[in-house]
Design a protein around this ligand. Structure first.
Ligand SMILES: [Fe+2]
Length: 201
């Protein structure tokens, strides 16, 4: 007999609960839970890192780059919030870890952009690890949650590779950097797409 069928006695069905006492539909594999908590911290660190970059470019009068990184900082913060929401939805307690001070000194424009691209690649690697942990424990809820995030992340890597390439092309020439800065001030940070853009991330 299922919980939805009538029976002679009225007993409250037994509902499993998570650490916060919230109803739990499916327990989460401890390794996956730990990796999700760490990924949330990674998104918060990425947000702090891009906030620092927004300041670094702002201090150098490159307002388009500053605006771009400010936007990136806000979107990383939103990503962190999505992971927090998801953990709560899965009946888990969110563990907020120390974020630490981001790096604030750079030798060149290219160095900042290269570090930013590498950070995006690290975030993608972390998402891939989450994905395989979720698959290993047959946690379809998590793979479904991760799908659009992974798609947006691949898009981000593509955009950062594009911007790094353009900054490399410009070198340290002020005139060229000001052209890139004007593009970013207009919100134009996408590569050219011959077909349809493959993600809205
Ligand atoms: Fe992110």
């Amino acid at each position: 007999m299922t919980n939805l069928q009538a029976s002679g006695t009225t007993t409250t069905p037994n509902v499993a609960v998570g650490p916060a006492g919230r109803a739990l539909a499916q327990p989460m594999d401890p390794a996956l839970l730990d990796a999700l908590q760490q990924h949330l911290t990674m998104e918060r660190r990425a947000s702090a890192f891009y906030f620092a970059n927004a300041l670094w470019f702002g201090e150098r009068e490159l307002r388009g780059f500053s605006k771009f990184f400010h936007g990136e900082s806000q979107s990383e913060s939103t990503h962190a919030a999505s992971f927090a929401d998801y953990l709560v939805a899965r009946g888990q307690t969110v563990q907020l870890e120390e974020v630490g001070a981001p790096r604030q000194s750079w030798a060149s424009f290219e160095e900042v952009m290269a570090a930013s691209f590498l950070l995006e690649a690290d975030v993608t690697a972390s998402l891939q690890q989450l994905y395989s942990l979720a698959e290993r424990s047959s946690d379809t809820r998590t793979t479904v949650f991760l799908d659009p995030i992974m798609e947006g992340q691949i898009q981000s890597e593509h955009e950062f590779a594009h911007l790094l390439g353009r900054v490399r092309f410009a070198g340290e020439q002020a005139a060229a950097l000001l052209i890139l800065d004007a593009e970013l001030a207009e919100g134009n940070n996408n590569p050219y797409y011959l077909g349809e853009r493959f993600s809205n991330g």
